[in-house]
Design a protein around this ligand. Structure first.
Ligand code: WQD
Length: 333
């Protein structure tokens, strides 16, 4: 049975991936510093799966703490989620983002090398495409970032490519996420950002739950189907399953450097998401149209054919499932 070390495993995507890995027969080790999560996720992963695992509350910038994890456990591969991920915060505080996201990755890679663990799945983002060169986006499209958060992802992808060039014993899978939303069917784990959410779905959920009075829709004058922004929303369970498939491939191949877009291939507008949420959950979402948000792009959705062909993976869950599960989570918590 292979053992997978998950950095940031108490987070939104990390915790859902932990569940899918355990249910697929992997053993896991989890590390998190709870910057953007809490201990409840760890307990709920165990509750959902009925399985136990070692958890380390550490900062993965700290090499000594990382070395202890690798000394304590026989680790076969790593999935690296840990990192700051708020676009607006990264614009206000770029040095904090570069220091944390890049430093922690370098520490992790050095310790992996030291312990001869050379299989890595890296959590990247469609944000590395910036203003799409064309749609749908495939993995060979132009890369350009428009904020420090996106740049940390792009620079780390470059570090991984250089590492593979220097030593092709490595097996590396770079996963570019589109817009993850939804929650586990149990309602025990999900997305619960503290304070005012930056992203659309957690904001909609708080408006539906009457925690916030109304939704501001950032512009309806884009050249899209209804003027509002279009994105490729993907259920977090589908995204988690994509990680399991990418790990399976790393263990099948001796070594590789892969890049996969993990999206559904469907673009939905803000208004389509709002109206779907209202319909499936029978709630109200008061909204007003306001100015565009600086830095936003009009439209972004994936060509997921590479993952379909080479990971034997494709997203199965619908926009209705995403809305239902996101609402079920907030009502349960
Ligand atoms: C989606 C759409 C907004 C909030 C970001 C990051 C990206 C990734 C996913 C980490 C856009 C509109 C939003 C609101 C709105 N994160 N919107 N009112 O910007 O596509 O991507 O999250 O990897 O890196 O950039 O997601 O959910 O913020 O916005 O109208 O209150 O909803 O304009 O069209 P985005 P989002």
């Amino acid at each position: 049975m292979k053992t997978i070390f998950i950095t940031g495993g108490a987070g939104y995507i990390g915790s859902h991936t932990a569940v899918e890995l355990l249910e697929s027969g992997y053993k896991i080790i989890v590390a998190d510093n709870f910057y953007n999560s809490n201990i409840n996720s760890i307990e709920n992963i165990k509750k959902i799966t009925g399985k136990d695992f070692n958890f380390y509350e550490i900062d993965i910038c700290n090499k000594a703490e990382l070395q202890k994890v690798f000394k304590d456990n026989e680790i076969d591969a790593v999935i690296h989620f840990a990192g700051y991920k708020a676009v607006g915060e990264s614009v206000a505080n770029p040095l904090m983002y570069y220091r944390n996201n890049i430093d922690s990755t370098l520490s992790l890679l050095e310790v992996m090398q030291e312990f001869d663990c050379k299989k890595l799945v890296f959590s990247s983002s469609a944000t590395v495409y910036g203003e799409p060169e064309k749609l749908p986006l495939d993995e060979n499209c132009r890369l350009m970032t428009t904020n420090p958060y996106g740049s940390t992802k792009l620079y780390i992808e470059g570090i991984l490519k250089d590492l593979y060039t220097s030593n092709n014993e490595w097996g590396i899978s770079i996963l570019r996420y589109f817009n993850p939303v939804g929650a586990h069917k149990s309602g025990l784990i999900g997305e619960s950002p503290n304070g005012i959410p930056n992203n659309l779905m957690p904001y909609i959920v708080k408006v539906a739950n009457k925690e916030i009075s109304h939704l501001n829709i950032f512009g309806n004058d884009y050249s899209t189907k209804d003027g509002t922004g279009v994105r490729d929303y993907i259920h977090v369970i589908d995204l988690a399953k994509g990680h399991v498939k990418s790990l399976d491939k790393l263990f099948r191949d001796e070594s590789c450097l892969d890049v996969f877009n993990l999206g559904t291939g469907n673009g939905y507008s803000v208004l389509e998401l709002v109206n779907t949420f209202i319909k499936v959950n029978n709630v109200e979402i008061p909204y007003q149209i306001v100015e565009r948000r600086p830095g936003d792009i009009a439209e972004c959705y994936a060509d997921p054919s590479n993952a379909k062909e080479n990971l034997k993976w494709k997203a199965e869950l619908s926009l209705e499932d995403m809305c239902k599960d996101a609402w079920h989570y907030i009502k349960k918590n």
